[in-house]
Write a protein that binds this ligand. Structure first.
Ligand code: 8YV
Length: 327
């Protein structure tokens, strides 16, 4: 039997499925250090990860390794050059999380714009003595302008929901989406600068790459409307969190909603002391149904890539299909 590592706790029934095909080494404890991960990969043919960094050192420690299946759509934790050099396949879990993640983008954006968590903390602290005309004034969503940066599958799902809020939709992306999709979403392409100047609510849904590290920082906040909100459901590192805390505290922008952070699970301490930001612990895809679908798809990819099961040899979501069959 081939051997696999499941690098972290996931749904036990999905691990049971994997056990039908493989000898499974399941880490049910704390996150593995890089050294522990390398040691546990040494005799493995495949691995299931969910954000664990897999780079040249981890791959070098695993001479038998043929596939690493990430339970996530984002795969910035994989060093794809190292995967390609060693003919290791990477797989991810696109599509199954589009709608839940888009829903959560709206939840964060609306909570930030309408000061939901900030006012709740105030209420819980026993500070609600009377109604006041100027208590927790926020920014309207209905009839406003949505600016989506990153118009991939999740960005499109998010933009599609704007119709019910009678919003103007602008987007910025590496390349324009098709005229059909623009028409369906009623979305206009804009430069990043024009979008930042114009949008009332900016939402980040782009993949993290080395090129877009801190692509939203002090210079970008200076372009935005003072009432605008910024929502990040993409990746930490795209936003300069220290500069964001400064902009929020100075009311340079109105509010922010953040589900992802540079260096998470650590959160920049300055963000923790700013009131006009909603902070959540990377849960945009976290519904029971979606996380199950992601786990099962990650298992499907692993099983198929290692030549087992009904899709043997044809994993549904190869990131670097060019290495298939080479290992
Ligand atoms: C994952 C995500 O839950 O899919 C992604 O890229 O950010 C989340 O849905 C997280 O990355 C853990 O794997």
């Amino acid at each position: 039997m081939q051997k696999i590592l499941v690098a972290r706790p996931i749904f036990p029934d999905v691990v049971e499925r994997l056990k039908q095909y493989f000898e499974v080494d399941w880490n049910q404890g704390e996150a593995l250090s890089a050294a522990e991960l390398a040691a546990r990969l040494a005799d493995k043919d495949g691995a299931l990860t969910a954000g664990e960094p897999i780079g040249a050192a981890a791959i070098a420690s695993a001479p038998r390794l043929r596939v690493v299946s990430n339970m996530a759509v984002g795969f910035n934790n994989f060093d794809m050059a190292a995967f390609n050099a060693a003919n290791v396949l990477g797989t991810n879990t696109p599509d199954v999380l589009n709608e839940s993640t888009a829903d959560f983008g709206w939840a964060l954006m609306m909570a930030a714009a309408r000061r939901v968590t900030e006012s709740e903390h105030w209420l819980r602290a026993g500070k609600w003595q009377k109604w006041a005309y100027d208590s927790f004034l926020g920014t309207d969503i209905y009839g406003s302008t949505l600016g989506v940066i990153g118009m991939g599958r999740i960005g499109q799902a998010l933009a599609r929901r704007a119709r019910g809020f009678n919003m103007r939709v602008m987007y910025h992306n590496r390349s324009r989406v098709s005229p059909q999709i623009e028409a369906e979403l009623n979305a206009e392409y804009a430069s990043k600068e024009h979008l930042l100047r114009t949008a009332d609510h900016v939402v980040l849904v782009l993949p993290y790459t080395a090129e877009n590290h801190h692509t939203i920082g002090a210079a970008e906040f200076a372009l935005m409307k003072p009432s605008a909100t910024l929502t990040n459901i993409a990746r930490g590192g795209i936003v300069d969190d220290a500069a964001l805390a400064v902009a929020l505290r100075a009311k340079r922008i109105g509010a922010a909603g953040l589900d992802v952070f540079e260096g998470e699970p650590s959160v920049h301490p300055d963000l923790l002391t700013v009131s006009n930001v909603v902070l959540t612990p990377h849960i945009a895809s976290a519904t029971e149904a979606t996380r199950r679908a992601m786990a099962n798809l990650a298992a499907d990819n692993l099983i198929a890539a290692l030549g087992e099961g009904p899709q043997a040899g044809n994993p549904p979501n190869p990131i670097n299909p060019e290495v298939l069959g080479k290992a």
